[in-house]
Design a protein around this ligand. Structure first.
Ligand code: ATP
Ligand code: MG
Length: 260
């Protein structure tokens, strides 16, 4: 199944403002076919949420987009540029447009919060250090951690670390932000703050978002489109009101019955 995520129904199928296109992507680990001829597109500026059972391949899709793993077949393009198949040099350029926030933060423990945020803009984008630092301080302000620039990540709470990880991803000014269950490693009382921050970012920036989440209320709030994913394919897609309110697929009903 191929899924278009467009603002207006009439524009589905056009390619003008398409940011991500995944076509016929298959990914196997040994005999385990995790993605099975997957097709989906994400239009620029849209907020798309992937939901589905554990082990269904949601993280694998994000890892493919981050080029942390490669598909066995199919094509992936971002903003019209090839991500797969593509020569390493071309791929590095495309990868700069994609930011990812992981479940486990993955901050650099031996660097200050500020340096965590400036490192990639300086080394990958070649931004002058002062400019990267000014930008990092603005982002720390945005995520509510202006006073933590010089702290080590290990001295921060999980929620604060995740805010730094979000600032770090945004510092690269990516066109698309990939979010993989960014609150599932947090203590329950810290979840709401991080989700509120992401809601703010979704509302106030034009960044395209592709989120994997088990937070169904969050998915309902921020998504233009929800994709229900199972056994390597998108089995159902639609606006959140429809997917949560009137799921068509039996598997979606079962899944939502278990998580809501
Ligand atoms: N590096 C790997 N080596 C072998 N198998 C892997 C690897 N990464 C993922 N898999 C397998 O691929 C399948 C999909 O994994 P994936 O992490 O994408 O699922 P998920 O939908 O993100 O699940 P969850 O909701 O639990 O995070 C699983 O069966 C998993 O065991
Ligand atoms: Mg996962």
């Amino acid at each position: 199944m191929s899924v278009e995520t467009s603002k207006q129904p009439g524009t589905a199928g056009t390619t003008s403002d398409e940011l991500i296109r995944i076509e016929g992507v298959t990914k196997r680990f040994g005999d385990n076919t995790v993605l099975d001829g997957l097709g989906l597109t994400v239009q620029t500026g849209r907020h798309v949420t992937l939901i589905g059972p554990s082990g269904s391949g949601k993280t694998t899709i994000l890892r493919l987009l981050m080029t942390l793993t490669k598909p066995d077949a199919g094509t992936i393009t971002v903003d019209g540029q090839r991500l797969f198949p593509a020569p390493e040099k071309e791929l590095r350029e495309v990868r700069k447009q994609i930011g990812m926030v992981f479940q486990q933060f993955n901050l650099f423990p031996n660097m200050s919060v500020l340096r965590n945020i400036t490192e990639a803009p300086v080394t990958v984008l070649g931004l002058p250090k002062e400019e990267a630092q000014a930008r990092a301080r603005e982002l720390l302000d945005l995520v509510g951690l202006a006073d933590k620039a010089d702290a080590r990540p290990t001295r921060l709470s999980g929620g604060q670390q995740q805010r730094v990880a979000i600032a770090r991803a945004l510092a690269m000014r990516p066109k698309v932000l990939l979010l993989d269950e960014v609150t599932s490693a947090l203590d329950p009382e810290l979840v709401a703050g991080v989700l509120d921050l992401l809601r703010d970012i979704a509302r106030t920036t034009d960044i395209t978002m592709l989120c994997v989440t088990h937070e169904m209320n969050f998915a309902r709030d921020i998504s233009d489109q929800v994709l229900m994913f199972d056994a390597g394919r998108v089995i159902e897609a639609g606006p959140p009101e429809r997917i949560f309110g009137e799921p068509e697929h039996e598997r979606t009903r079962e899944f939502l019955g278990a998580v809501l």
